[in-house]
Design a protein around this ligand. Structure first.
Ligand code: KG4
Ligand code: ZN
Length: 341
């Protein structure tokens, strides 16, 4: 499909990153600025919503100015604006939404509300401007979305066309990483902390349960988290020093095992040509290596900088909506529905 050329400026403020990016033709990244609040929230062991929303208010204008300056552009060079509409923290989303509406009203540019999850999937289309153009994902595509709030398998048969096959019944994969990191006192955010500790550990020391949920494409990670907790309690009866790296490595292996095998099986079953993995947990080294080691399907995983929250992915999804003639109403609210109609 030939899509019309356009530059999109997008804003993302759904959680604890204030981000703005500019993308050309849905793929070429002209600039991407992410103001992370991670250090502030680390003090609380997780995202503190009220603090997040106040930080967005402070950062949003400078972040937009920086994104334009880095791309050597002004709003006159932009064809449309995009903004994360949800899901996310309401008080955070509303800051980006109001900024985007203000920019749209002031400039007369069309505005597109983008679902954050759709944005994560589109991060796999983005490449740094000046890089050799990587091949775009081909449909039908089996898309595994693994973030802090969601774990889903979606079959994409075309742009913006999703069939949600399954999702988590309890904790999201990223949430499981964060909760187990807390049990192991590894700090926040848990994913990178578990990965680091796991690199020193033996992934085969503990055999934690895998919830295969046969006959469905759903996931479940709360049993695994509880199994880690019970193992810790048992170990604490015998020793003062927990084998943290072995626990982290065995936990990580259990998560990756399930995500990988279910995705490959779904790709086979639904006749997908290729696989896409996106969302914060797709930054996980073991997950990336495991998907890349198989040769049955070409696999698309965004570069590390685009796995966790960013605005480039919102700009890419926004572009694909804009190119197909979508535009949002100025009275749109935060919190859209998913899967999208
Ligand atoms: O996509 P994301 O930035 O935010 C949401 O939309 O939720 O995902 C954040 C999640 C957190 O749970 C974090 O622990 C996890 O992604 N994460 C990782 C890694 N980096 C981030 N999980 C495992 N390994 C990593 N390297
Ligand atoms: Zn996200």
């Amino acid at each position: 499909m030939e899509l019309k050329p356009a530059r999109i400026l997008a804003l993302e403020t759904s959680c604890d990153e204030t981000a703005c990016a500019i993308i050309e033709n849905g793929r070429a990244l002209l600039s991407s600025v992410v103001a992370s609040q991670m250090e502030i929230h680390a003090r609380y062991g997780g995202v503190y919503p009220e603090v997040a929303s106040r930080q967005h208010v402070l950062s949003v204008t400078p972040v937009v100015e920086q994104a334009l300056a880095q791309a050597h552009l002004t709003l006159k060079d932009i064809d449309a604006l995009a903004v994360t509409q949800g899901p996310g923290l309401a008080g955070s989303l509303v800051v980006g939404m109001n900024m985007a509406k203000g920019l749209a009203l002031g400039s007369g540019l069309p505005l597109l509300g983008v679902n954050h999850l759709e944005g994560h999937l589109y991060s796999a289309w983005v490449y740094e401007s000046g890089e050799l153009v990587p091949p775009a994902p081909q449909f039908p595509l089996m898309a595994l979305l693994v973030s802090g709030g969601h774990t889903e398998l979606n079959l994409m048969t075309d742009h913006l066309t999703y069939q949600r096959l399954g999702s988590t019944l309890d904790d999201a994969a990223g949430e499981a990483f964060d909760k187990v990191a807390r049990l192991l006192e590894l700090g926040y955010p848990g994913g990178p902390a578990i990965q680091k500790s796991a690199e020193e550990g033996d992934p085969n020391r503990f055999h934690f349960p895998r919830a295969w949920l046969e006959g469905t494409w759903d996931f479940s990670f709360s049993g695994l988290k509880t199994a880690v907790l019970y193992e810790i309690r048992e170990l604490q009866k015998k020793t003062h020093t927990l084998p943290v790296p072995d626990l982290a490595a065995s936990f990580q292996k259990a998560v990756v095992d399930v995500l990988f095998k279910k995705t490959i099986n779904a790709a086979r079953e639904f006749g997908a040509k290729e696989i896409l993995v996106a969302g914060g947990v797709s930054a996980n080294r073991m997950l990336r290596q495991t998907f890349r080691a198989q040769t049955e399907f070409p696999v698309h995983i965004p570069p590390l900088s685009l796995c966790t929250d960013n605005a480039a992915m919102i700009a890419s999804a926004g572009y694909h909506r804009y190119a197909l003639g979508h535009v949002s109403q100025m009275d749109m609210d935060v919190m859209p529905t998913w899967p999208l109609p």
